[in-house]
Ligand binder design. Sequence first.
Ligand SMILES: Nc1ncnc2c1ncn2[C@@H]1O[C@H](COP(=O)(O)OP(=O)(O)OP(=O)(O)O)[C@@H](O)[C@H]1O
Ligand SMILES: [Mg+2]
Length: 394
Amino acid sequence: MPQTMQISIEISDHEMANSIIKDLESMVDVKVHMWYGEMGDKGTLAIKSSPDIIIIDDDLETGEIFRRLPKMGHIFPQTAIFVISNDKQPKHIVEVMKAGATEYLVLPLNPSVLTNAVEEVRAKLTETGRMAKGTVYSFISSKGGLGSTILSVNTAVTLAQTNDDGNAVALCDISFQAGDASVFLDIMPKTTIADICRNFHRLDVSLLKGAMIKHTSKLELLAAPLNPEDHEMIKAEHAEKIIGLLTKLYDRVIIDCPSMSVNGFTLEAFRASHKVFVVIDLSLPAIRNAVRLTQLISKHGINKEKIEFILNRYEKGSTLSIEEAEKSLGKRIYWLVPNDFSDIMSSINEGEPVVQLNPRSLIAQNILSLTQKLKGKLSDKEYRGAKTAFGRSI
Ligand SMILES: Nc1ncnc2c1ncn2[C@@H]1O[C@H](COP(=O)(O)OP(=O)(O)OP(=O)(O)O)[C@@H](O)[C@H]1O
Ligand SMILES: [Mg+2]
């Protein structure tokens, strides 16, 4: 369900067109079609590509825009039409908008005005159900330090890197008091979720997009506040809108939750999630807490079926067996992650996710398979990460 926006550009000035294409292509989830024909051919490309947005220029000498706009509106009633013009006069702007333009963008074009306008269209398409919403996965440890942040960061980076279906990926760190996702990604966030909450009254797609920080993997991070005091800005009632907007903007949204935390904010994350991954290890306290957590979450009306267990740091010789753990959990464990201390430690010290730093490592390969399972690309539906070297060690 890629949410790729199809954009057709019909602009005679090649230099201007190319600079617009460059701005649009900086957005990961956009496909641009360019018209290179003669004046008389305008409109043919748009017809072929059935775009979500058409961008056209305003030929002030011929006034052609007033003929083209109604015609385009008739052929593409669902498409947003952006007009790029040199004319700043309010009267002309009003006339162009009346003739059917969705957006009127004045030259010289500010790239963020353009990309925000595209995001507004995407949000509207999602709202009206014409574009699928993103899939949400939450990660929560059943005990402090079991690995929810390591797994959510590396899963999100892998999804962003294996961008084979044009998906845009966001990671949202809701560990407000001790958010480590930015540390693991070596990002010093200038904006965090606290800024969004501070400006909640004017929260829209562009404000949210502006607060997201791009990582080298193309992943975009909504960071947790740096100052623990800032977390007081964040209220449970902010959660629904923030997560809702994220699902309009991104195909996949990963949410890293504070361990064992069931509160208004995390519950909203669980509610929006397609899967809630409870990270455990093979220890009694972790299993016992996971059972409690599942009961508590489902008491709040969240479907138990979507809660899945990820067994992290698994290695041979644990006193508790997988079967015993599953008996207590009442469910087959969804995925097994190997204990890979040295690769994880170098990744933390280097500030580079292990899937980037050492993609051949056991854990990076394991997480790659996990993302394939999430995308429904594993032929063996029962597979849960234990084959190859890791599998043999079990
Ligand atoms: N698969 C693994 N192999 C080896 N070490 C791991 C693995 N997963 C996690 N760790 C170690 O566990 C530590 C804690 O992981 P992480 O910060 O992801 O846990 P958390 O559940 O998010 O903790 P918190 O409760 O603080 O949010 C990491 O710093 C890392 O050293
Ligand atoms: Mg954490």
